[in-house]
Design a binder for this molecule. Sequence first.
Ligand SMILES: Nc1ncnc2c1ncn2[C@@H]1O[C@H](COP(=O)(O)OP(=O)(O)OP(=O)(O)O)[C@@H](O)[C@H]1O
Length: 261
Amino acid sequence: MGSAPATVLSVRDLHVEIGGSRILQGVTFDTAPGGVTALLGRNGVGKTTTVRAVLGLLPDGGRITGGAVTLDGADVTAEPTHRTVRRGIGYAPEDRGVFTRLTVAENLALAERPGGAHHYDLVHDLFPELLARRAQLAGTLSGGQQQMVAIARTLLNDNRLVIADEPTKGLAPRVVTEVAEVLERAAARVPLLLVEQNLAVVRRLATHAAVLDAGRVVHGGDAASLLADRELTTGLLGVGSRAPSGRASAPRGDDVLGGAH
Ligand SMILES: Nc1ncnc2c1ncn2[C@@H]1O[C@H](COP(=O)(O)OP(=O)(O)OP(=O)(O)O)[C@@H](O)[C@H]1O
């Protein structure tokens, strides 16, 4: 057999300040070459900031003060977002980023990256409902359907990596299951970096995991052994610290990470 494929995204000792506060203080992890790498941790530890720093999408007053981000070996640290994305990143942001006054079809068309193939067959195969609703204004879709649009956009182009930030947040349990199924099928085609607070979803999808605490990655590696470590899940993920209401197919009281909204 040949050598193992190289990692797609590599984050090294990343430091970020926002408004003068040190938010990331040395974040280091690699995405797995295939499957799902979960970025985990309690609320406010810096998961979204990490993703936004990778994509050059830090808020006003935010800047990278140290460290490096590489994509397929190329240094993309602080590169303009459009250039990094063109290298092959699909991004489903936390707020879904759907254009509510445009139709489903228009939302997809806007995501078409020039110069590459556009996989409408795949998208319509994965999301038959979006095909049926292609003329519907995205603002009239349910939260779950809007999330489908956000994920569909990431699969339309040939991407090296898809980043999904809390794709199941705020969704009804049945819809969480549907979104998890779609993510699973997506991850069979393209490596996925997943920020996720629903532990049932993490258990189902994640092959690798990195756990953040106070702006640093404090654990990384194989997801199954990490999630089997009770001390770790209780201490760093806050599992069991809150009895979630309306949680997704959660047989136990530990399926939403600490402080999840
Ligand atoms: N625009 C901003 N201005 C000021 N502080 C910010 C801003 N964005 C994030 N922060 C701070 O950075 C820290 C990390 O936030 P971040 O959203 O990255 O955490 P997170 O792990 O993704 O949590 P959550 O699950 O709540 O999204 C928090 O203390 C937050 O208050």
